[in-house]
Design a protein around this ligand. Structure first.
Ligand code: NAD
Length: 368
């Protein structure tokens, strides 16, 4: 069935436009092959928007985002903006966009790509086969709870970790649904031995699990989880966390993949889904055509899966990335220490992936 999708492209700053161009070409190839109708619009965000419009999130950008079916973002930020006050810097544009879109579930896969396990600081036999999907609650917890204050007179500061049952249940539902299309296991992370908010979290997740008898639920304390992720990453499928725990654990688990340039993400559940590679604008390599576009390309695959429901097309992109890596092709960030690697610039890596998309065989659709 033909899918119609209005996609807003926010390429942003630094390597953002370089990697986003490859993600867009990937989406165009997927649309052409499947006969789908994707319409692309572009708008400014971050430093590019500051230079053109004087603000990191111009109103037309926000309006275009809210009237799209999906938003694909590159990265924002740059040294030249570091003297601006925090609320006028490029990063403020991204934060403003995220809160306007209201996505509450942040999905971040950590996948050990065969052939890249040598890039991880962990031993290859530990990371081989690891395939984790983090589902992190994004709008609640310690980052947003009131009261919050640094009271200089009292020489004290406080933040509040707060969740309602509904906030926990809606993100847990996302985790259970996704697990059904993967290996049917959810690991819920909390600190229920100490925190009341974690006791609510655990009780809510346990209750919801009754609606998913086909999904195995386990609970882990966050401190133990930090250790298990490094010792036995293969044991995990979907990992469900509150905001702060997920921020820390998903960065920790990123070492499984071996390079920041490989990591995709999606934020779902709000008014419009937001897709962005995990990395920033990488000013140290921007403009040289050497950035790794695979994180952005894998982000495009997440868009195909979660906004278009095109699971086979998403898998074709992922299989193509795997094929290109299996063939020994690398970008600079992946090539360190690998003598036999064939090092490609950004555009050429993107072209190889699209070429492979046309020839790879896709197995039965999977969730993420
Ligand atoms: P960064 O992710 O931009 O770069 C960290 C390191 O990883 C650098 O050495 C960089 O060269 C490398 N790297 C990143 N992406 C790469 C890619 N695709 N291919 C190859 N190498 C890659 O983080 P940073 O240096 O801390 O931040 C730079 C700017 O980006 C700052 O202004 C920061 O605020 C911003 N930032 C934006 C986002 C976002 O837009 N989502 C995320 C993080 C940082």
């Amino acid at each position: 069935m033909t899918k119609k999708l209005k996609i807003l492209i926010l390429a942003g700053d630094g390597v953002g436009p370089e990697v986003t161009a490859e993600a867009v070409r990937t989406l165009k190839t997927a649309a052409e092959v499947g006969g789908h109708d994707f319409q692309f619009r572009q708008a400014l965000i971050g430093g590019a928007a500051i230079l053109a419009e004087g603000t990191p999130l111009p109103q037309p950008t926000l309006e275009a985002a809210l009237s799209s079916d999906a938003v694909l973002l590159g990265a924002v930020g740059g040294h030249e903006f570091s003297s601006l006050p925090p609320d006028r810097r490029p990063e403020a544009g991204l934060l403003g966009l995220r809160s306007a879109l209201k996505g509450y579930a942040n999905l971040r896969p950590s996948f050990a790509w065969p052939g890249l396990t040598g890039n991880s600081p962990l031993r290859p036999e530990v990371v081989e086969g690891a395939d984790i999907l983090f589902v992190r609650e994004l709008l609640g917890g310690l980052y947003f709870g009131q009261p919050r204050e640094w009271n200089k007179q009292a020489n004290a500061a406080w933040n509040t970790m707060r969740y309602t049952r509904d906030e926990v249940a809606r993100v847990a539902k996302v985790a259970f649904e996704l697990a059904r299309n993967r290996r049917s296991k959810v690991t819920s992370v909390d600190k229920a031995n100490v925190l009341e908010v974690s006791q609510l979290w655990r009780a809510t997740v346990t209750e919801l699990a009754q609606e998913y008898p086909d999904v195995k639920l386990e609970h882990q304390y966050v401190d133990a989880m930090a250790m298990h992720l490094m010792n036995t990453p293969r044991n995990f499928d979907v990992v469900l966390t509150e905001n702060l725990f997920g921020d820390i654990l998903s960065d920790e688990a990123a070492v499984i993949t071996g390079s920041l340039g490989m990591l995709p993400s999606a934020t779902v559940g709000g008014r419009v889904n937001l897709y962005e590679p995990v990395h920033g604008s990488a000013p140290d390599i921007a403009g040289r055509g050497i950035a790794n576009p695979l994180g952005a390309i894998l982000t495009a695959a997440m868009l195909l899966r979660y906004s278009a429901g095109l699971h086979e097309e998403a898998q074709a992109v992922e299989a193509a990335v795997r094929q290109v890596l299996d063939d020994g092709y690398r970008t600079m960030d992946l090539a360190r220490g690998a003598m036999s690697a064939k090092v490609l610039p950004t555009q050429e890596m993107g072209r190889r992936v699209r070429e492979a998309m046309l020839s790879v065989r896709v197995e039965a659709p999977r969730g993420a």
